[in-house]
Design a protein around this ligand. Structure first.
Ligand SMILES: [Zn+2]
Length: 392
């Protein structure tokens, strides 16, 4: 019950725009992801049929112009990389180095602490002495009494000031680790991979661990085509930059990936590239199809059909010429040469009476036709016509 209330509080705080406690869900960088394009904090939305696929979204520009979003980054690959980097940073060796560094800082802190102790003690001693001097003065000796009272007040004020200064310094100083902390940290480091991957570890626990170590993670998938650039800002103030391959897990899920694929296919198609070439170009650009696989020309064909992108004909939008530059006939050309309808040519093609090829599905036919074949087909045609006449 108390937990539920706490959860609701956290959710509200989060929705009020604050960096609340981790929410439920599987997006590891919830509340930590920052848009590398515009610097805004990214939100998480869950896409896909069961809302099982988290996506980090930058909602910039949507409200102002109603145009497309700044960027959306699929979470799984990014989360995986950040988790891997985190566990690497927390390997026992790394922890040992960190502890050694903390020990040095702690040593420094202890020596400063000694200096502070002397200063504070001195101030209190001075104030106490001023009080005693004031006490010894006869009340009749008003002038002296007033001077000593003033001195006492000044000394007290100084004690206050030094105490305040000391507290401010204390707050700024990093935590001093005790010996038992060292042991606990080392043990945690040794167990962390197991804890992290354990089935009983909740996503919230992983987020909590991450937040101890990482301040924010800047995501940018528009910087390098086909890659997500990930910059981790660690709690220590250090940054590290990483990259992960973008994947098109499912064509209908991820807006960002989908847009890129659609844009490229439209461009390449318009430039006259065949599906097979388009597949090769996308693969070369590092864009991956479902589950990280290479694109095949069937993928491209399917996507073009789904999106209603017609094949750019080899002769553009113009009508097919009777003959192609290589001497082959178009369907229309063959029809005219033999003296039949275009539909008859399609029938011939289907029956194997003429032979042709298409560079790919949807492209015009290129029919090989010698003058002998044309003669044969015409004679065949006359025979059929005669026999039909005879039959009727
Ligand atoms: Zn943005």
């Amino acid at each position: 019950m108390a937990n539920q209330r706490r959860l609701a509080d956290n959710t509200n705080r989060y929705e009020a725009g604050h960096r609340g406690a981790p929410r439920k869900g599987i997006a590891l960088l919830q509340g930590l992801a920052v848009c590398g394009q515009c610097g805004r904090r990214m939100t998480v939305r869950y896409s896909g049929p069961d809302s099982a696929c988290p996506v980090y979204c930058c909602l910039a520009d949507r409200n102002q112009t109603g145009s497309s979003l700044c960027q959306e980054v699929r979470a799984p690959a990014v989360d995986e990389l950040v988790a891997r980097t985190l566990l690497k940073a927390l390997e026992p060796d790394q922890i040992a180095i960190a502890i050694a560094a903390l020990d040095e800082i702690a040593e420094e802190t202890r020596s400063l602490e000694k200096q502070w102790a002397l200063r504070r003690e001195r101030a209190r001693y001075d104030a106490e002495r001023a009080r005693r001097q004031y006490d010894t003065v006869e009340p009749e000796n008003r002038l002296v009494a007033r001077t000593l009272e003033k001195t006492w007040e000044d000394k007290l004020r100084l004690v206050d000031e030094i105490e305040q200064e000391y507290r401010r310094w204390r707050d700024r100083e990093p935590l001093v680790l005790q010996a038992q902390d060292h042991a606990a940290l080392q043990e945690l480091a040794e167990n962390l991979p197991a804890i992290w991957h354990s089935e009983t570890t909740q996503p919230e626990d992983r987020k909590r661990i991450l937040r101890f170590i990482v301040q924010e993670v800047v995501l940018d998938q528009k910087k390098i085509r086909g890659q997500v650039v990930i910059r981790i800002l660690w709690q220590t103030g250090a940054t590290s930059e990483h990259q992960t391959q973008r994947r098109v897990q499912s064509y209908d899920r991820d807006y960002g990936e989908l847009e890129l694929v659609r844009e490229r296919i439209t461009q390449l198609n318009a430039a006259g590239d065949m599906d097979r070439q388009i597949a090769k170009i996308l693969n070369d650009e590092g864009i991956r199809s479902a589950r990280g696989k290479l694109f095949s020309y069937e993928n491209i064909w399917l996507l073009r059909h789904r999106w209603g992108i017609p094949t750019a004909k080899i002769n553009g939008v113009a009508a097919n010429p009777p003959r192609w530059p290589d001497g082959t006939y178009s369907v229309q050309g063959a029809a005219a040469a033999i003296g039949v309808t275009a539909q008859t040519i399609f029938d011939y093609l289907a029956q194997g009476l003429v032979h042709g090829r298409q560079s790919t599905k949807g492209q015009p036919w290129q029919i090989s036709l010698s003058s002998d074949q044309i003669d044969q087909l015409q004679r065949r045609l006359q025979r059929t016509r005669r026999s039909k006449k005879g039959a009727s």
